[in-house]
Design a protein around this ligand. Structure first.
Ligand code: GDP
Ligand code: MG
Length: 207
């Protein structure tokens, strides 16, 4: 089987959490190894993609960003539709962002309209562990792990998007649990030419 015929898995990952916790920064660090102090609301692409190989499987993570709408709770059905994994992010230095995790967790389960909501894969990220050398930290690792246990053993990672600390590890876990998730669809690239699908579309089109 040549490369173009390999079975790839596409996994849609959505990242949720209060505004300012570092969601966009985590994605940029993971996908582009870049960090900026001045992230405005995400403009442009709705998602970043990252391809990785786990054992003999190729997996493309399509990681969706909120483009700042999380402030207004207006993410809309397209954002949640077909999600394979949900990453919840809070800021370890701001307790309120941890308290809001219950809301985000419930909101996701409600909006995503899943069949097996008890088994849906989440990953929790406590971000900005670098801040003030850890002195401004307000949520302990134990407390976060307790929350994860109470919500069905959600995997937990502490990260710094600024320093790139533990970011790859967190998303590797996301990729692995997405692969285990029955919602993931295998997509097959047999090398169909663009022209064939264009021709097909045109034949259905009135013009
Ligand atoms: P979002 O609203 O959740 O997407 O958060 P952003 O990614 O836009 O980050 C909000 C602010 O926090 C920005 O000024 C970032 O530079 C900063 N930030 C994000 N991650 C970290 C981190 O790990 N450490 C520190 N010190 N700052 C961070
Ligand atoms: Mg953002």
């Amino acid at each position: 089987m040549n490369n173009s015929q390999k079975i790839r898995t596409l996994s849609k990952v959505i990242v949720l959490g209060d505004s300012g916790v570092g969601k966009t920064s985590l994605m940029n660090q993971y996908a582009y190894k870049k960090f900026s102090q001045q992230y405005k609301a995400t403009i442009g692409a709705d998602f970043v993609t990252k391809e990785l190989q786990i054992d003999d499987k190729l997996i493309t993570l399509q990681i969706w960003d909120t483009a700042g709408q999380e402030r207004f709770r207006s993410l809309g059905p397209a954002f949640y539709r077909g999600a394979d994994c949900c990453v919840l992010v809070y800021d370890v230095n701001i307790h309120k962002t941890f308290d809001k995790l219950n809301n985000w967790h419930d909101e996701f389960l409600h909006q995503a309209d899943l069949d097996g909501s008890e088994t849906f894969p989440f990953v929790l990220i406590g971000n900005k562990v670098d801040l003030d050398g850890g002195n401004s930290r307000r949520v302990t690792e134990n407390k976060a792990r307790e929350w994860c246990a109470s919500r069905g053993n959600i995997p937990y990672f502490e990260t710094s998007a600024k320093e790139g600390y533990n970011v790859d590890e967190a998303f590797l876990c996301v990729a692995k649990i997405s692969l285990d998730n029955e919602h993931v669809q295998d997509i097959y690239f047999p090398g169909i030419s663009e022209t064939a699908s264009e021709a097909e579309q045109q034949s259905r089109c009135a013009c």
